[in-house]
Design a protein around this ligand. Structure first.
Ligand SMILES: Cc1cc2nc3c(=O)[nH]c(=O)nc-3n(C[C@H](O)[C@H](O)[C@H](O)COP(=O)(O)O)c2cc1C
Length: 178
């Protein structure tokens, strides 16, 4: 039993985002007692040094501070991390108090044939600098264009969808045991 509260951050702002579907799935399969809230990063402005925080930024930073860990849904854009996710982490990285350091985290992604592995490995490098403790395995790489997802981006009830749900569940269990 884990009483930890995790924060999910998705790098896609698209309505039918498969990566957001993965995060919703993660919330559903969390081990008993653990919870996953999903951050709304759609209103975060582009990080510029010296720029005043907006209300959306302050809310997001508070959510990061109070979270026991992170679940990062990592879309792959042009072989790397989608900018909305990097921007959210950039905001958090500049907040006083090193609010990301030491947080356990899991990452997952839905994309083309490589399942966002390239983007996830790029993001792992960023996490080294931020001292975010990313779970090594199990990894979750999924195909956004497969039957594992419904049209609205949720993980489906097909065989592929069930296998993906089981992988996400195994990852959330491992995250809670970190
Ligand atoms: C600008 C852009 C670049 C992309 N580059 C890649 C890529 O390098 N690798 C990949 O697997 N998919 C790539 N895709 C396809 C995305 O993986 C696909 O659109 C995916 O569904 C996006 O995630 P979402 O459903 O959460 O929005 C790209 C999509 C966009 C819009």
């Amino acid at each position: 039993m884990s009483n930890r509260k995790f924060l999910g951050i998705c790098g896609s702002l698209r309505e039918a985002s498969r990566n957001m579907g993965l995060l919703r799935c993660a919330g559903e399969v969390m081990p008993e007692g653990a919870e996953l809230a999903i951050a709304d990063i759609s209103e975060l402005p582009f990080y510029v040094e010296g720029r005043e925080k907006t209300e959306a930024v302050s809310i997001f930073l508070e959510q990061v501070k109070s979270a026991d860990g992170l679940v990062l849904a990592v879309p792959e854009y042009n072989y790397s991390v989608a900018p909305a996710l990097k921007n959210a982490l950039d905001w958090a990285s500049r907040e006083k108090g090193d609010i990301l350091a030491g947080k356990p985290a899991a990452m997952m992604g839905a994309g083309g044939g490589m399942g966002t592995s390239r983007a996830q490995y790029h993001l792992r490098q960023t996490c080294v600098y931020l001292d975010i403790r990313v779970l090594n395995r199990p990894e979750v790489f999924s195909n956004a264009f497969s039957d594992a997802f419904t049209e609205n981006g949720s993980v489906s009830d097909t065989e592929e969808g069930k296998k993906l749900r089981a992988k996400v569940a195994a990852q959330m269990k491992a995250l809670c045991e970190m």
